[in-house]
Design a binder for this molecule. Structure first.
Ligand code: GAR
Length: 206
């Protein structure tokens, strides 16, 4: 599985994926490129340090479709067959989704469908929920919306700030993303409508 990772910032989920691939936890896989839409994304240096090719493709004056088409072109050139969004803070257009049907995944720091969009951890603290968490899902054209692969619940503590909650959830994000990619690499998943199933042959009581 040739993985391309898209980032916009810190890149800690990207690092978690790269390290898991190196340890052999995501079988038959290779991270072939890390692409950022932001020139100053801290994750770019982290990818370079790990020997991964990096590209910066800023949106600049292009339309969303033109920008996405540029990124798709670079991914296809490298024969990427799975795209991981890891803190990539842009909504993908149809051009992008159609180029990689059911082959784009994202991680979001809440239990979707609660708190999509920006600052999910702040939304959770302000709403007063007692449990939040993280979600890995396939990407469609709607924001933080596609079929859910895995979720992990994380307690919201009384004295949490958005920052402390974000830090706690992030530890689980790193594990959950790797678990989801392992399932994809092993071809264990099947999507039916909104629902993602473990293929029958991999179910415990099959
Ligand atoms: C992560 O918490 C990720 O779940 C979130 O941005 C952070 C990126 O951190 N993504 C979203 O909110 C997407 N809607 P990272 O750059 O260190 O991986």
């Amino acid at each position: 599985m040739r993985i391309g990772i898209l980032i916009s910032g810190r890149g800690s989920n990207m690092v978690a994926i790269v390290e898991a691939v190196k340890r052999g936890e995501i079988p038959n896989s290779e991270v072939v490129v890390v692409i950022s839409d932001k020139a100053n994304a801290a994750g770019i240096e982290k990818a370079k340090e790990r020997g991964i090719e990096t590209l910066i493709i800023p949106k600049a004056k292009q339309t969303r479709e033109e920008h996405d088409a540029r990124i798709v072109e670079e991914l296809k050139k490298r024969e990427v067959d799975l795209v991981c969004l890891a803190g990539y803070m842009r909504l993908l257009s149809k051009v992008f989704i159609d180029a990689f049907p059911n082959r784009i995944v994202n991680i979001h720091p809440s239990l979707l469908p609660a708190f999509p969009g920006l600052e999910a951890q702040k939304q959770a603290v302000e709403y007063g929920v007692k449990i939040s968490g993280c979600t890995v899902h396939f990407v469609d054209e709607e924001l933080d919306h596609g079929p859910i692969i895995l979720q992990r619940a994380v307690e919201v503590k009384q004295d949490d700030t958005p920052e402390t909650l974000a830090d706690r959830i992030l530890q689980y994000e790193h594990q959950l993303y790797v678990e989801a990619l392992k399932l994809i690499a092993e071809n264990k998943l099947e999507i039916k409508g909104r629902r993602v199933f473990l293929r029958q042959e991999f179910q415990k009581n099959a």
